[in-house]
Design a protein around this ligand. Sequence first.
Ligand code: ZN
Length: 336
Amino acid sequence: MPVGTQGTVKAVPQDTLESLGAEIILGNTYHLYLRPGHEPIRRMGGLHRFMSWPRAILTDSGGFQVFSLSSLRKVTDDGVQFRSHLDGSSHFFTPEHSIDVQIALGADIVMAFDECTEYPADRARAEESLRLTMAWARRSLDHFRAHSRDVPWFDPKVSRAQSLFGIVQGGMHRDLRRQCAERLVEMDLDGYAIGGLSVGEPRELTLEMIAEVLPLLPKDKPRYVMGVGYPDEIEQYARLGVDMMDCVLPTRAARHALLFTSEGRLNIKNKQFAEDQSPPDPACQCPVCRRYSRAYLRHLVQAGEPLSATLNSIHNLAYYLGIMQRVRTSLDPAPV
Ligand SMILES: [Zn+2]
């Protein structure tokens, strides 16, 4: 899933995302709640209509951004008090409030409110954090079941129902991860995510946690690993049985002139590309690789041209979506 933090996948227009084959994008509850606000978006018919995106949208719960961006956080059993990173204003987020915001946005997939356990976290800290995440998952579910159709445009004949996913936390402690997964599965949610990974831990540990949790999650429901990863990681996790992943890497790296290609990573800023007439990735069929040279992409970076971010992002997204397409094809039974 390409990440569309503020109701936009940075630098890439919606019609381009559609033509690249993106079926679903991610929106960030924390950002959209602060600006422009979920109520204005609700009044305008929801996020799909506001940003003109007819395909699926998953919203995160806001928890991760509250913990990573805001200041002066105060966590209690009830929720999290925090100050906006935009203007310092004070806000209080509870599981119920996070679900209300995501319902107002009209997300197809709503995420339960969780506490993303930092790394490293000792056992006592991870246990405390897990206790909160479990209690908040239950409250998220109860509130979601009671209110998920409370939007003015919801028409059971034409509107898609919203789904709620739970998030497995537990730090890097295998037994806590298992305990969390088992408890969430008992709640019979629509899908399950593994969160709190890619937070600074070594990659072997990320893989170990995924391998520990994945077999405990139902195979007939989507299994989602949040916030990963590099191209080889997403392929590795998909082959383990992960169905969904999101990552800012393809678009963020693109804005820093880093291209992912079949020949490895290219820093397109490098002088060696100054007169390189070859396509960014000779094996790629994306609109950028079919039309432009490495030399031109390098020039755009050097000149600080905004088109640079757009073209680099389109290629990187095409590369990531292409990996997933290949994995899907290789897993599906051969067409008759
Ligand atoms: Zn390309």
